[in-house]
Design a protein around this ligand. Sequence first.
Ligand code: TPP
Ligand code: MG
Length: 788
Amino acid sequence: MATEPARLEMLSALARKVLWLSSWTIHHANHVRPNVDGLKVGGHQASSASLATIMSALYFSVLRPQDRVAVKPHASPVFHAIQYLFGRQIRDKLENFRGFKGAQSYPSRTKDTDDVDFSTGSVGLGVAQTLFASLVQDYVKAHGWMKDRPEGRMIALVGDAEMDEGNIFEALLEGWKHGLRNTWWVVDYNRQSLDAVVREGLWEKFESMFRNFGWDVVIVKYGSLMREAFAEPGGEALRRWIDDCPNQMYAALCFQGGAAFRRHLRDEIGDQAAVSQLIDKRSDDELLDLMSNLGGHDMASMIEAFESIDHDRPVCFIAYTIKGVGLPFQGHKDNHAGLMTVAQMEKWRAAQNIRPGHEWDKFEGLSQQPAQLEAFLAEVPFNRDGNRRLSADVIEVPQQLSFKPAPQMSTQQGFGLVLNELARGDSELASRIVTASPDVTVSTNLGAWVNRRGLFARAEKADLFRSEKIPSTFNWDFSPKGQHIELGIAEMNLFILMSALGLSHSINGARLLPVATLYDPFIERGLDALNYACYQDARFMVAATPSGITLAPEGGAHQSIATPLIGMAQDGLASFEPAFVDELAAIMGWGFQHMQRDAGEGGAVYLRLSTRTIEQPQRMMTPDLQASIAEGAYWLRKPGPNCDVVIAYTGALAPEAIEATGLIGESRRDVGLLAITSADRLHAGWTSARKLRRDRRGVQYLSPIEKLLAPLPREAGIVTVIDGHPATLGWLGSVCGHRVEALGVEHFGQTGTIPDLYRHHGIDANAIIDAAESLTAGAPVRHRKMAV
Ligand SMILES: Cc1ncc(C[n+]2csc(CCOP(=O)(O)OP(=O)(O)O)c2C)c(N)n1
Ligand SMILES: [Mg+2]
């Protein structure tokens, strides 16, 4: 075992190497191997440099294999450099940084190959992900699924300007409610954002806020050179000057160098013998080394700060840093996207003792022996156990999910019934489901599930209403075995929690099947977090209800128009809008399987549901019908050979479509009625079939929608209707070249009854009939009589 100072020296040497490799990676991509068209790919040398020491301290010394880290997006080159030293990243990917299939601009779980724990990119989200990942670890532990794995710490490396993101504050509050543990956030306090220098005194706000939420705060302001200097005669005056120096000035002086620091110190402290001597005995370079020796750039200080934590309470480290430390543009307020010039890099290369052509050599320019460095790296605890990505067995899903049927039901009600049946049983599937809702558990029909399975908390807490024998429909008991996580109203938290729960198989080696409920319009409130969860391939099911204008008297503000298009366009999310409960049950069964499929095959699931009670079909759910529902469509009424009009509908408008089909059938022949359960899957199937045929000429494969529409006469018209944006189904005409009248909703905000609103927006039976008439020749169609 190396002695302490030798170990620190080794770690500092590795941190210098990491700074070099990360900067060289960016330089190489921009100057040595530029794009064919000569465009720079960028790479944030300054932002990345900020974290070289902190991350080296963590990865080469402090972290254990079970710890998980979300790395600030622009520190990606630092992360890749560390992995390169570990032998988990290859040179080719670094040379191709930000290129096609090269190391990614921002750490990516799915696209990078070097052991990224959590993707980052949209600032704020990775930070909150660590908090929820810690709650999920607690959940897994409380349910007895950790086996003998030790608890990991969930760590985020956070930019100081990143702290402006509201979702971080929302998460803090939720963490406090759930007794957060094992979470470290390390704020890279370089006092610079993208555009400029941040406000003075921000650290005080951070400190009081974190303490308010029960976190420990560790401020790492001074490096060891500084601390030594403070102990010299005159050191106190120097410390006072540093503390009083405004952020902008400090940054500017770091940029200008030692001479500028000397001038300001002299002018502002005045001629005091002791401090003057302290300053004068240092050369300009030494003075700059001293003044830029902030805590975040000092290995000893960072190691000491991290190692001082001997408890599992959440900790926020505020580490003072200089953006671009060690690089020519350090501290400059415009340095965010700054790149070193070729000449600057040459100079820096020489100063680092790196020979031309040896830039990628792992230990080039270091004074330690390569064998010694290799041996040190091989012993690093974080790297010792090999693969850190875990996996879990697939949980079996029965052929059919059952529910207690009723002649009239809504899909929202059906969703509650399916979960209630699961909750009543004792299947492995039910035990792995974990539900969550942002204060809409009861109003989205999760109540029955929660009554049976209970709420999750690390400590038991009984429902007082129950113990006081006050009648209440809902049992609100918390326990470590509970399976519902109740959240506050913040929808961002819901989706980040889904992101954390939905990666549990990989992070904790324990499969969870997360199900979230929220009101459909609030998908948009949490959209970036939903996108983020999908981006890192988390697996979960979202039931969004109520939706559309069908929620009618619930209020204009809550009507959702764009969500079907979001569902179609969101990568990694299979979206469905069933009309009937048997369809929903089939989709949920398929969904629980889809959530467990391998990367590239499976994904998350979105169910757009409704509170509208409609008549249910009396039918057998055959395997064929089940398959068609999962593919996205089936004929509710097959068109005959002389069909000249088809009604294609989605979701809650089934009764209007059925009624219109009946009335049109009185004067048009062979009318078809197409039930579309997933515009998303249907469209995706169509595009992938076209791609397959293009890629492999001669392949005859037809997608489900092509098979469904192929027999239709070419002159037939299609009326599409959805309680959502009409573009969702408008593309159907392009599949085989049919004319389309696409009905849907384009404006929102008006309250009313369902008939009022359907008439107003032109999606009622008569509007469907009008559209059908405009597409077909023939006798007038009898319309529905309007109630007066
Ligand atoms: C949600 C989101 N908004 C904007 C951006 C663009 N952006 C990237 S980094 C950044 C600010 C960086 O400041 P800070 O967090 O202090 O990191 P530093 O560069 O100082 O290390 C911004 C605005 C982003 N990535 N994500
Ligand atoms: Mg910053």
